[in-house]
Design a protein around this ligand. Structure first.
Ligand SMILES: NC(=O)c1ccc[n+]([C@@H]2O[C@H](COP(=O)([O-])OP(=O)(O)OC[C@H]3O[C@@H](n4cnc5c(N)ncnc54)[C@H](O)[C@@H]3O)[C@@H](O)[C@H]2O)c1
Ligand SMILES: O=C(O)C(=O)C[C@@H](O)[C@H](O)[C@H](O)COP(=O)(O)O
Ligand SMILES: [Zn+2]
Length: 379
């Protein structure tokens, strides 16, 4: 499977604390020096072991352009988002005398872009970062918008900062090696964006679900659909972040499905992929909205069908309620003891549900609960 290479890059602009472009295309490395600028002397490239070849190519390119470039290899997946790994990165920066005119480049999935963004946000109180996402999920969501952070033993993303990148390079060629379940997990966030803001995304996913679920055996036309999904999703995220970088209100809609989704991730000790947990989280939020008299049965069914069609889970084991409830209270949307959810009044019309009755919360859980522990392969 090879990504077609005949397209010129698309640029989507984010206007937040700084204005920057998210570039979607192929072979985009030539764009990196322009984003770093000529004041940067040293660059730390943060990447997981699985992307050693890609990171080394970035390093060689930077050296040829006259930069001093170092590599920091971090653990895979959520293990990267820890205080220990953060400290490891700070140590490299300190020992190599990184100053405020130097920069970080992230090469990896959302865990690495979250970590590297937070390293950049905290080093000397903030240095430049360029994001080079290599998973679908990181391209459409994590690398865009400047939310950075790590997990703590108490919960997901509990420590972090808003720190906008200099730019984001979404090189679709990187997806060629992406495992199937990571592609599908990325579709979870794509579908989220469809539900909150762009029903055309849902129609595209529905129409091409079988082809997408056949990853990595896909044709040129599936690549074209994927490219369109990436561009449409980034456009929505860019528009939302440009209006509300710090999540004062509107940005909360990007958290659809995450109250219950993050709780699953924590209860499962990060054994579930983020996109898969958010998938169940969206069904939970949809059931909650239906029980509160706000969302139609038909729209709830659309959640279940579209998510299941691409192979995402729509249910979770039924014997974890107290743990899930405790975890949900640590959600950043909570205010005091009041839980707050992003819910839909209809597809494309997000709203909030504040302080729902405990019995409603438990009834919505019953609607997504399996009798037996979940046996889905997408963990
Ligand atoms: N900051 C935000 O706005 C935001 C938004 C969405 C998600 N997130 C975070 O993103 C994280 C999930 O990101 P993810 O789904 O990308 O997971 P991930 O970073 O763990 O990557 C998934 C797996 O794919 C591998 N991989 C990455 N690129 C590859 C490639 N091109 N080829 C082969 N293997 C590759 C990784 O090594 C890893 O094993 C979560 O921590 C979530 O909280 C953040
Ligand atoms: O960009 C945002 O805002 C989001 O909420 C996007 C989410 O997909 C993402 O998982 C985010 O990291 C969740 O943020 P959190 O504030 O709930 O930790
Ligand atoms: Zn997410």
């Amino acid at each position: 499977m090879t990504a077609p290479s005949d397209q010129t890059p698309t640029r989507i602009t984010v206007r937040a604390e700084r204005t920057y472009d998210v570039v979607v295309g192929r072979q985009l490395l030539g764009e990196l020096p322009g984003l770093l600028g000529d004041k940067v002397a040293k660059v730390l490239i943060i990447h997981p072991e699985s992307l050693e070849t890609t990171a080394e190519a970035v390093r060689q390119d930077l050296i040829e352009q006259g930069y001093e470039a170092l590599l920091a290899v971090v653990p895979d997946a959520e293990t990267a988002k820890s205080a220990q790994v953060l400290e490891f990165c700070w140590q490299i920066l300190g020992q190599a005398d990184f100053t405020r005119s130097d920069a970080i480049v992230a090469v990896g999935g959302g865990t690495v872009t979250d970590l590297a963004g937070f390293v950049a946000a905290t080093w000397l109180r903030g240095i430049a970062v360029v994001q080079i996402p290599t998973t679908l999920l990181a391209m459409v969501d994590a690398a865009v918008g400047g939310k950075t952070g790590i997990n703590t033993p108490e919960g997901k993303n509990l420590v972090g900062a808003f720190h906008s990148p200099q730019g984001v390079l979404c090189d679709l060629n990187a997806l060629e090696t992406l495992p199937k379940w990571d592609l599908i997990a990325g579709l979870g966030e794509v579908i989220k964006i469809g539900f909150i803001a762009d029903p055309v995304i849902l129609d595209l996913v529905d129409a091409h679900a079988d082809d997408l679920a056949n990853w990595p055996n896909v044709t040129d036309s599936t690549w074209a659909v994927l490219t369109e999904l990436v561009q449409c999703s980034i456009q929505v995220k860019a528009d939302v972040v440009s209006q509300d970088l710090r999540e004062a209100s509107l940005r909360e809609i990007l958290n659809y499905g995450h109250t219950f989704g993050h709780a699953i991730e924590q209860v499962e000790r990060y054994g579930w992929r983020h996109g898969a947990a958010v998938s169940v989280g969206m069904v939970y939020a949809a059931e909650l909205a239906r029980l509160a008299g706000r969302l139609s049965e038909q729209d709830v069914q659309r959640h279940r069908e579209t998510l299941a069609k691409v192979g995402l889970p729509t249910s979770y084991r039924g014997d974890r309620w107290q743990q899930l409830l405790t975890a949900m209270h640590r959600d950043k949307k909570s205010r005091g003891s009041m839980l707050r959810f992003v819910v839909l009044d209809e597809i494309g019309k997000p709203g909030r549900l504040e302080g729902p009755d405990p019995s409603l919360l438990a009834s919505a859980y019953a609607e997504v609960a399996d009798a037996a522990p979940t046996t889905t392969t997408l963990l």
